[in-house]
Design a protein around this ligand. Structure first.
Ligand code: MF3
Ligand code: CO
Length: 278
């Protein structure tokens, strides 16, 4: 299989499965013990440390390569490694996606942040065998009202999704909450990329869509010990995306602004716990 094909079929790039024959061999989510969730808390906290450092360095004039270096330094400080570097050949520690770039932007010395940009940074750590995964969209200096609104609604949709990550709910309840929040804001939720279970692997079952629509995992009933990455990807003008020739960078099809907010969340007996916090 070509690497491009593998990317289309695997992990977060996997398109929602629709055919019944494919639905029957969906893997069940891997439940995590309290001890494993403690390790995931530590992996998640390191991701949050990276974001805290990025927030400080993001300003006009900084290259996305410098952001990658900042992330690397923090990961190393806490004895963690990037979950992304080398994943299906991905060449950097983080993803840094500017403006119409939705996800998987590759850091580069040639990409310099400018006043008014928005930048989505996706960070994944591996610490003692477990993955933490969180993305955040940042403003570079002063941004337009429209850009700020896109960021506000996307973050709110993440929080609405997280609120549904409770035992007894279905995965679909998360998807619905995200979609409602986004569409109530007059924005568009991307279909082609999704959230996912997370644990020893970055991408585990279940797939966590950001919209309601006939996927195999939507009916999965959440229980304590499930850990998922919830990650609304939202665009101003269309839900459609397009991949650039570098084979990684995904942009909005119409060139409109994109935002991406993601947390790793554990379903516990006392409700959702966000693992990617300080
Ligand atoms: N947070 C992203 C995800 O959920 C990270 C993937 S980027 C890659 O899939 F480079 F590692 F593919
Ligand atoms: Co993710």
């Amino acid at each position: 299989m070509s690497s491009r094909m593998e990317r289309l079929l695997g992990g977060r790039n996997r398109r929602p499965l629709r055919r019944a024959s494919e639905q029957t061999d969906r893997a069940a989510p891997i439940l995590k013990s309290p001890r494993e969730i403690q390790l995931m808390r530590e992996a998640g906290r390191i991701v949050a440390k990276v974001h805290a450092a990025l927030r400080e360095v993001i300003r006009p004039g900084v290259s996305t390569w410098e952001l990658d270096q900042t992330a690397l330094e923090v990961l190393q400080k806490y004895n963690a490694v990037s979950a992304f570097l080398g994943y299906r050949g991905y060449p950097a520690n983080i993803c840094a996606s500017i403006n119409d770039e939705l996800v998987h932007g590759i850091p580069s010395k040639d990409r310099i942040l400018r006043e008014g940009d928005i930048i989505s940074v996706d960070v994944g750590s591996v610490y003692r065998g477990f993955v933490g995964d969180s993305a955040w969209t940042y403003a570079v200096g002063e941004i337009s009202d429209d850009a700020a609104e896109l960021m506000r609604v996307t973050e709110a949709s993440l929080m609405a999704g997280i609120a549904q990550a409770v035992a007894g709910n279905k995965v679909m309840d998360i998807s619905r909450a995200v979609q409602r929040m986004v569409e109530a804001g007059g924005l568009h939720v991307v279909r082609e990329y999704t959230g996912h279970g997370v644990g020893r692997q970055m991408h585990e079952a279940p797939q966590v869509l950001n919209y309601v629509g006939g996927d195999a995992d939507g009916n999965y009933v959440l229980e304590a010990g499930v850990v998922i990455a919830i990650e609304p990807m939202v665009q101003q003008g269309t839900w459609q995306t397009r991949a650039l020739r570098d084979g990684w960078t995904v942009v909005s099809k119409d060139g409109s602004l994109s935002a991406h907010f993601e947390h790793t969340v554990a379903v516990t007996n006392s409700g959702p716990e966000i693992l990617t916090l300080l």
